[in-house]
Design a protein around this ligand. Sequence first.
Ligand code: NAD
Length: 253
Amino acid sequence: MRLAGKVAIVTGGGSGIGRATALLFAQEGARVVVADYAPEGGQETVRMIQQHGGEALFVESDVSNAEDMQRLVQTTVDAYGRIDILVNNAAVTIPASVVDATEEVWDKTMEIDLKGVFLLSKYAIPHMINGGGGSVINMASMCGLVASPNQAPYSAAKGGVVALTRQMAIDYARYNIRVNGIAPSEVRTPMFLGFINHAPDPEKKMQELVARIPMGRVAEPEEIARAALFLASDESSYITGVTLPVDGGLTAM
Ligand SMILES: NC(=O)c1ccc[n+]([C@@H]2O[C@H](COP(=O)([O-])OP(=O)(O)OC[C@H]3O[C@@H](n4cnc5c(N)ncnc54)[C@H](O)[C@@H]3O)[C@@H](O)[C@H]2O)c1
């Protein structure tokens, strides 16, 4: 087992990529704290882990709320005694150009997608330092690396996540904490399907998106989770500060 004895927090663990990551980490021996502001999904992920003999607990929490993030960290340490792996995965996407985006949409996207990464890292990293090190994985997006139509707030937030990943990597390398990002393109999750179904012609939208991907298909959440497992495990022991595209070749174009 590649994460035996490790304790991981996964935000947005109640759906999509977060759930797939939580399940895979538990399968590889980690005790997993599933964090999400939507309780049904988070509790279901915990049930799925427990059904397979794994150990997990759910903490209802909003990544944009500092008190929630402090409570999430404290609950983890109280329950499992340490934090080895942090997956900053929770995010929202509200498609808009700069002209169309309201200030409310801009602020909400920044609060959840970028400030959320800052807040949980701020409170969790001291415990990782005390524990002798760890691995932080920030879920970025191809939108943090290249532009995508009508995604101004989301792209700005994810670009911030890519920059923050580099910054945290150099600040905490001396404490044996590695910080890396993952930049997926299109992944078949509720977020992605919501985006597709919002389009005037969802089938056409899907064809357009797939046409941009050299591998000619969208990813399954488990394919992103496997990249997270690599970055969480000691197999990536000399990798820090990178954001790894897991995108079927999209950003190679
Ligand atoms: N699906 C894609 O195509 C895709 C592509 C690139 C990047 N990503 C990134 O992957 C990550 C996961 O996306 P997904 O597709 O699995 O999304 P999803 O919507 O299926 O799951 C996101 C989860 O985060 C939770 N969440 C949202 N806001 C939260 C908050 N403020 N506090 C706590 N939990 C919150 C939701 O309740 C949900 O359970 C996100 O960072 C997203 O930007 C997804």
